[in-house]
Design a protein around this ligand. Structure first.
Ligand code: ZN
Length: 279
């Protein structure tokens, strides 16, 4: 009988003395510890039975040279999956789909990875809100506060929240955007740009993607029509609801301008030096 026809049995291979070894630990004596990253969402919005449900923390391994390959992959950069692939590569639990994570949880993981890879010091160019001039500022990524989920979803295990609009009195169901949503929005805006429709629609795009239903209407075209024509005060209330309640990392930081010496609060810029400190 030809042995090659037999299916491979991994148990047999193990018994026959072929070993799976941790080369970094066994050969080089380098023990790479896993680290638990707190999830701002506390896992309560992920479907029960899934890998993310009820997770207060997620274990990651620190970035290595392999992750630097991912960061420079043109294909991943082009299709908008570079951060997902980076996070995926560092998660210990491979059953987690990183695109299912909401943006705030993804940001927490991204910042933790940057710290494990290159440390918590981060220098970036920021333009001063007072004088408009740009200056180099130093930030400490380990000091960014985590904003944990404070409100209850409509049901535990669902990324669905309810809010009533002040003017039209409509009951709106919204979700916090996930990696899927962000990628969809990125591809849509690129398609628009290609067709010369480069008008800025960041506000309505985000609302359209976040709204799941208006009263009981779930039809996407009707929702989009409502968003384009809703009173500004309702739009503002909805954006405030999302901003105030979305769990994530508080990316606000203090800067002192090197030109006018004014101190201001700015949004931490996620520029090219975020993962390439010496670039
Ligand atoms: Zn200034």
């Amino acid at each position: 009988m030809n042995k090659l026809d037999n299916p491979v049995n991994p148990q047999e291979i193990k018994q026959s003395g072929m070993q799976v070894s941790n080369v970094m630990a066994d050969e080089f004596g380098i023990d790479i510890p896993a680290e638990a990253v707190p999830l701002p969402s506390r896992g309560v919005i992920y479907s029960s039975g899934g890998a993310l449900y009820g997770k207060e923390t997620i274990d990651i391994k620190p970035m290595t040279a392999r992750e630097e390959d991912i960061l420079t992959s043109r294909a991943y950069i082009k299709n908008g999956t570079v951060i997902s692939k980076l996070i995926e590569s560092c998660l210990i639990d491979k059953s987690i789909n990183t695109e299912d994570l909401i943006s705030g949880d993804r940001n927490a993981l991204m910042i933790a990875l940057r710290i494990t890879g290159y440390g918590s010091e981060y220098s970036a160019d920021v333009s001063c809100p007072e004088c408009g001039k740009s200056s180099k500022c130093d930030f400490d990524l380990s000091q960014l506060p985590i904003k944990r989920l404070q409100i209850d979803p409509v049901e535990v295990g669902q990324n669905v929240f309810e809010v009533q609009l002040p003017v039209t009195k409509k009951n709106i169901k919204v979700k916090f955007l996930t990696g899927h949503d962000e990628r969809e929005m990125l591809l849509t805006s690129e398609r628009k740009k290609k067709h010369g429709l480069s008008q800025d629609s960041a506000v309505t795009d985000r609302l359209k993607q976040s709204i799941l239903s208006i009263d009981d209407i779930t039809d996407k075209n009707k929702i989009n029509f409502f968003v384009n024509n809703m009173p500004a005060r309702d739009s503002l209330a909805l954006r405030r609801f999302l901003d105030n309640n979305e769990p994530g990392v508080d990316m606000k930081a203090h800067m002192q301008c090197s030109h006018c010496f004014e101190e201001s609060e700015v949004d931490l810029p996620l520029g090219p030096t975020f993962f390439w400190p010496d670039a």
